[in-house]
Design a protein around this ligand. Sequence first.
Ligand SMILES: NC(=O)c1ccc[n+]([C@@H]2O[C@H](COP(=O)([O-])OP(=O)(O)OC[C@H]3O[C@@H](n4cnc5c(N)ncnc54)[C@H](O)[C@@H]3O)[C@@H](O)[C@H]2O)c1
Length: 338
Amino acid sequence: MNILLTGGAGYIGSHTAVVLVEAAHRVVLLDNLSNSRQEVLSNLERITGENIPFVKGDVRDTTLVRQVLEQHDIHAVIHFAGLKAVGESVQAPMDYYANNVQGTISLLQAMEDCGVRRLIFSSSATVYGIPQYLPIDEAHPTHPTNPYGRNKRHIEEMLGDIAGSDRTWRIVSLRYFNPVGAHDSGLIGEMPRGIPNNLMPYIVDVATGNLSHLSVFGNDYDTIDGTGVRDYIHVMDLAEGHRSALDYLDTRAPTMSLFNLGTGNGFSVLRMVQAFEAASGKKIPYRFAPRRPGDVAACYAKADKAAIELGWKATRTLEEMCASAWNYRSPSTKTKTP
Ligand SMILES: NC(=O)c1ccc[n+]([C@@H]2O[C@H](COP(=O)([O-])OP(=O)(O)OC[C@H]3O[C@@H](n4cnc5c(N)ncnc54)[C@H](O)[C@@H]3O)[C@@H](O)[C@H]2O)c1
């Protein structure tokens, strides 16, 4: 199948491209490179041995998206393109609505115009807000606590309305938990700009010496060791979830469906530090800092629905997540061959 990946040069999109090419799909990437680098494209070619078509452009350019859909005879779209920093979304909500919500409307218009009605959307566990029970299943109420999470919820609502208006649409929204790690080649991975927002890139920055220590926000939560617990999922497992979702879209999907993509396991910050130290041989100095407003004690998925309906399950271990994250960023790694 010919698949368009919006935001395909980004962290999750690039790993998904590898998995889809290996599954004999023909992949086209559209990205404005606002949060990714051109070099990802040559590294994707080294990994897959394929010259993956790339279009530099913005999903808000409806005419361009229409051209890409037609020119490449696209069958389905995976919509990764978006801004994703929770804190930034609080500071600049307009940018987030313009890019994420308006970007999705533009994409949907182009898809409708071209008769392409197969879509996988990158949603987030952020839509759930403060957990009312654990593990979180797809029926958990959605009360996002920040503009980024509200963008995702608005988009899901919009997708539901569109699917309801025309029964030929097939839409799957995937609610990711906390993707970490990298492709085994060490050629692609997560490379945030500036100070990272997420735990794993922060730990890696401490390991490389870019940052002096890790700040652990809160050590008095009601969890195993007092630090926050999250559901970390290897990015390659997540990428494989998209391959399963594509098969599902094409065979047995209803007009609109939602799935958690997580492991179902929660790990604390200190457990992550310990696992990373073991995988990298590096000491990660840390200091406790006050809780951050809006952070919750624990958040992890009930992942049964994806297992039953998509036939997908995360299989990679915490150790593999840490080792691959380090392999990607370690200055001394000389094994960066596909
Ligand atoms: N990484 C996570 O922790 C996480 C968790 C849950 C959900 N998500 C969602 O998954 C998707 C992918 O996340 P990621 O971690 O790969 O992020 P990323 O920033 O690495 O990738 C997103 C890509 O989209 C591109 N982009 C942004 N706006 C665009 C636009 N208007 N037009 C074209 N390209 C545009 C960026 O340049 C980037 O390459 C996002 O929608 C994000 O909200 C990510």
